[in-house]
Write a protein that binds this ligand. Structure first.
Ligand code: ZN
Length: 277
């Protein structure tokens, strides 16, 4: 499943080729993915200039504008979706549900499992935050506002162990299972520690660890941006250098002790009981 770093790399890959372009046509081959695709896109989007390509959580936001029309195309890749540029005359395959036709090339959205979304929010770019899917999202982990003090205050109000709390997208977006485990390892914090009992200082380390873990993953994908949006490969997850994730029983890279695997909130958690307190 594409995580925040994959979506950010996708954004960086498509933005330079979309921004400033004028949409020629929309081709819609599926009536609905996770939600119905608005039929009015076929009338609204042609002639629109693409003003910006942004990201909020795992949603790609494509701001569009022409005389009488202003709004944001919201795309979520779901479990298995991908966006790639193809020649306009390339015949679609079975799971190619939506095309944004530009001069010279087409941005094609494929989604075999149909958990993605293609939606439209009318209005100025900032109004997209009011869309029900986006209004419930927590803070961006790479934004300046995400600080140790902010996290300390947020965790103080929460019950239970820190790892499931970190993965709650209503608080912070984009910290999936892998990134939660790796960030806690980097920060030396046990995934079992009560969220409300982590000091301000350790929250600052955790924020640094989360930013570093996500940034490393984005950098790992960044080197393949061109392949990513121009090949017909899937959205595949990046290989990050895992310290603990999926390494049950293997030696800790820091202390040599065995990595432990437990279940938390229905998900596997990996950690080093010696290095993480
Ligand atoms: Zn260790």
């Amino acid at each position: 499943m594409p995580e925040l770093p994959e979506v950010e790399v996708c954004r960086r890959g498509i933005a330079p080729e979309l921004e400033g372009e004028v949409v020629r046509a929309i081709v819609q081959r599926a009536a609905k993915l996770r939600q119905p695709i608005p039929g009015e896109l076929r009338e609204l989007l042609p002639g629109c200039r693409i003003v910006a390509v942004r990201r909020r959580g795992k949603y790609l936001l494509i701001d569009c504008r022409r005389a009488g029309v202003e709004g944001t195309l919201i795309i979520h890749l779901g479990m298995s979706g991908n966006l790639r540029f193809v020649p306009a005359d390339l015949p679609p395959e079975k799971h190619d549900h939506f095309d944004l036709v530009l001069p010279g090339q087409t941005l094609r959205f494929a989604d075999p499992r149909r958990f993605g979304v293609v939606l439209w929010q009318p209005g100025a770019p900032a109004t997209v935050e009011q869309h029900p899917l986006l209004a419930i999202l927590g803070i961006e982990p790479l934004a300046d506002e995400f600080t140790g003090d902010w996290l300390h205050a947020a965790l103080a109000r929460r019950h239970g162990p820190v790892k499931p709390v970190l993965m709650d997208s209503h608080m912070v977006v984009g910290i999936g299972n892998i990134y939660a485990a790796e960030s806690l390892f980097r920060a030396g914090i046990s995934p079992l520690r009560a969220a409300s009992r982590i000091s301000r200082l350790r929250c600052a380390s955790l924020v640094d660890a989360i930013r570093a873990t996500l940034s490393d993953a984005i950098a790992a994908g960044g080197s393949s941006i061109r392949d990513y949006v121009h090949s017909d490969g899937g959205a595949g997850c990046f290989q990050i250098q895992a310290g603990v994730y999926d390494r049950a029983g293997e030696p800790c890279l820091r202390c040599g002790g065995a990595i432990r695997q437990i279940r938390q909130g229905g998900r596997s958690t990996y950690y080093c009981p010696a290095c993480q307190r």
